[in-house]
Design a protein around this ligand. Structure first.
Ligand SMILES: Cc1cc2nc3c(=O)[nH]c(=O)nc-3n(C[C@H](O)[C@H](O)[C@H](O)COP(=O)(O)O)c2cc1C
Length: 223
């Protein structure tokens, strides 16, 4: 399909169901044979399906260094990384449980176990904090975009080592109780970044075809 040329109206977003997923077998995903092949086959893993091995301390430090090599307007580095080590996963599980329960204890052990599983899944966990400076001339929007880009780069770093990463928000990223355990009120959780080895072959997901999501601008609408 040829790229659309845009006229007066913005292009209508096509329905994902109408898009053709590229033919990538599980074995072809995260193909690290060349940089281009990797970028064309990149695929996240599901944190709950991640098993050992995960990155060791030195590898995780390098992954964070890669994540920190992210564009940001004004050299503000409006993000930071909080490693939740294995020795603190139980504390994290307890934190999520408290956040989930709030002031009203939940007597559903299965639900609480599911909450705790979030905290214990995958060999490695890094919480990426968005730390914008509200008073700065660089808009907060741009600073937050940069935090998202840092999360993306963390996935690339994890994949470069042959691991798989998974970027999750879910309710914990929006819980004040959880946020307060990681940072101040001016900060937000940009992502819970899980890293490990997939226990199942990764499956491709639908991807938009470039021609359906790109247009060639034809200039400002006249009249
Ligand atoms: C900001 C953000 C938050 C996300 N939160 C969740 C989540 O809570 N649960 C989930 O299943 N997927 C979540 N995802 C989706 C996965 O991380 C991932 O993008 C998706 O599975 C496809 O990834 P891929 O394009 O790397 O294969 C989130 C993605 C982003 C960008």
């Amino acid at each position: 399909m040829a790229a659309q040329t845009s006229g007066e109206n913005p292009p209508v977003k096509p329905n994902v169901a109408t898009m053709t997923p590229p033919a990538r077998s599980p074995a072809m995903l995260n193909d690290r044979s060349t940089l281009l092949n990797y970028l064309k086959t990149r695929r996240s893993g599901r944190p709950r399906d991640m098993i050992e091995p995960g990155p060791d301390e030195a590898q995780l430090a390098e992954i964070i260094e890669i994540a920190a090599r992210t564009p940001d307007h004004g050299k503000l580095f409006p993000w930071r990384f909080v490693i939740v080590p294995k020795a603190r996963r139980d504390n994290f599980a307890e934190l999520l449980r408290q956040a989930f329960e709030g002031d009203a204890p939940i007597n559903d052990e299965r639900k609480l176990e599911a909450v705790e599983r979030i905290a214990r899944q995958a060999p490695a966990l890094v919480v990426v904090m968005s730390t914008p400076i509200a008073s700065h001339k660089v808009p907060v929007w741009e600073q937050e975009l940069s935090a998202g880009a840092a999360c993306m780069n963390m996935l690339h770093g994890a994949h470069a080592f042959g691991f798989v990463g998974g970027w999750i928000s879910g309710w914990p990223a929006y819980s004040e109780h959880v946020r307060n355990a990681f940072g101040g009120s001016h900060e937000r959780i940009a992502g819970l970044m899980f890293i490990g080895t997939p226990s199942f072959p990764l499956e491709e997901r639908p991807r938009p075809v470039a021609s359906m999501i790109s247009t060639v601008w034809s200039g400002p609408a006249s009249g």
